[in-house]
Design a protein around this ligand. Structure first.
Ligand code: PLP
Length: 383
């Protein structure tokens, strides 16, 4: 089976993890801050807070922005459920802005209209989660300008897009958002097994997120309500969680970061090759936003003929091509239907879902395997 995505683990990665296993600290040691510093430097953000998943990073990002009951979080429906669930963890309500049919990211025009309507109704969101679908940045310059005009704080869910660029600068520099989140799950661009990171340029948000990932506890005397009882002393200032990353995970992530440029170059070459090989088939190819250079986490095709969707998907799987579908519209999940959402709420994302297939794309995919994917796709589309 050729999977749709998979990690690429080197001997150097294995050695890095083994070194931690033989060291004094398996967690809360020196490697987590090294990984945070390396990722922050790579993407040009002032602070990086490593956690045990991107889901946790989204949660502490929302909590640090004081999202709470009575507040509203907006995101797009064509994403993993975590982009919306982070709002629910904080007790906030969630709503969805439909996607752009070419880039699969939040549609800036629809966002502008919905913000105007929300402003009139006096029900603006506190937080907007802008998802970098497939590794391509949304139109962040326009989105951040719209958000700022209405006092909305922006989190970029860049789980797919470490190594991507936007307007000539690395995604993650937080030039257009308060906080950017990366995922290091094995199917993503680089991996720490499980893991995520929240990047920010705001010292206050960084300190708050660092506290929230570890129970809301501080050892900083300046933040304590009274003089420390002694050298053992810490204070829990608010309710946080145990979202810490281990040093084993950080060592893997740090070692993987050395390969980021190599991985991205290979993914871009494979995506360009798909564009050429699939041109002319009864498919829509992924659209590219001017000014954005994708990390190509996913390559998503859309069949012209939705009635063949399931047959083509099943045919490819039967041929050993591990296709997948990203994503089932979040607002159609039973949990969100229970909150009042349903079919018709986001027609563009629903049409996408009826036609989309993620085909294999990962750094270790060789040219022969890619040719096999193209041939199988061509055969099933003709059938
Ligand atoms: C993978 C993913 C997440 C969650 O990442 P984890 O590290 O698995 O928690 C969140 N948002 C998007 C868009 C993702 O693809």
């Amino acid at each position: 089976m050729i999977p749709y995505g998979r990690q690429d683990i080197s001997q150097a990665d294995i050695d890095a993890v083994e070194r931690v296993l033989r060291s004094d600290y398996l967690t809360q040691g020196p490697v987590v801050p090294q990984f945070e510093a390396a990722v922050s430097k790579r993407v040009g953000a002032a602070y990086g807070i490593a956690v045990n998943s991107a889901t946790s990073a989204l949660h502490i990002a929302c909590a640090a922005l004081d999202l709470g009951p009575g507040d509203l979080l907006w995101t797009s429906p064509n994403t993993f459920v975590a982009s919306a669930n982070c709002g629910r963890y904080c007790g906030a309500d969630v709503d969805f802005v439909d996607i752009d049919s070419e880039t699969f990211n939040i549609c800036a025009d629809k966002l502008a209209n919905k913000l105007d309507m929300a402003a009139s109704a006096g029900r603006l969101p506190k937080v907007l989660v802008a998802v970098h679908m497939c590794g391509q940045s949304p139109d962040m310059a326009r989105i951040s300008a719209l958000a700022r005009a209405h006092g909305v704080r922006v989190i970029e869910d860049a789980s797919h897009s470490i190594g991507a660029d936007y307007l000539g600068a690395p995604v993650g520099n937080c030039a257009h958002s308060e906080i950017t989140v990366f995922s290091f799950h094995p199917v993503k661009i680089i991996t720490s097994a499980e893991g995520g990171m929240a990047l920010t340029n705001d010292a206050g948000l960084a300190a708050r997120m660092e506290r929230l990932r570890s129970h809301g506890i501080t050892r900083d005397p300046a933040l304590m309500t009274h003089v420390a009882d002694g050298p053992w002393y810490y204070q829990q200032l608010e309710l946080g969680w145990n979202y810490r990353m281990t040093d084993m995970q950080a060592a893997l992530g740090l070692s993987q970061l050395d390969q980021l440029d190599v991985f991205i170059a290979r993914r871009r070459a494979l995506a360009d090759a798909y564009d050429v090989a699939l041109a002319g088939m009864a498919l829509d190819l992924p659209g590219r936003l001017t000014g954005a250079v994708s990390s190509w986490h996913l390559y998503v095709i859309r069949l012209h003929d939705a009635t063949r969707h399931r047959a083509v998907f099943e045919g490819l799987r039967a041929d050993g091509i591990g296709v997948n579908l990203h994503y089932i519209p979040v607002h159609l999940q039973p949990y969100y239907r229970g909150l009042g959402f349903g079919p018709g709420d986001c027609p563009v994302a629903e049409d996408y879902y009826a036609r989309a297939i993620s085909i294999p794309l990962y750094a270790g995919l060789n040219d022969g395997d890619q040719a096999q994917v193209v041939a199988a796709l061509s055969r099933h589309l003709a059938a």
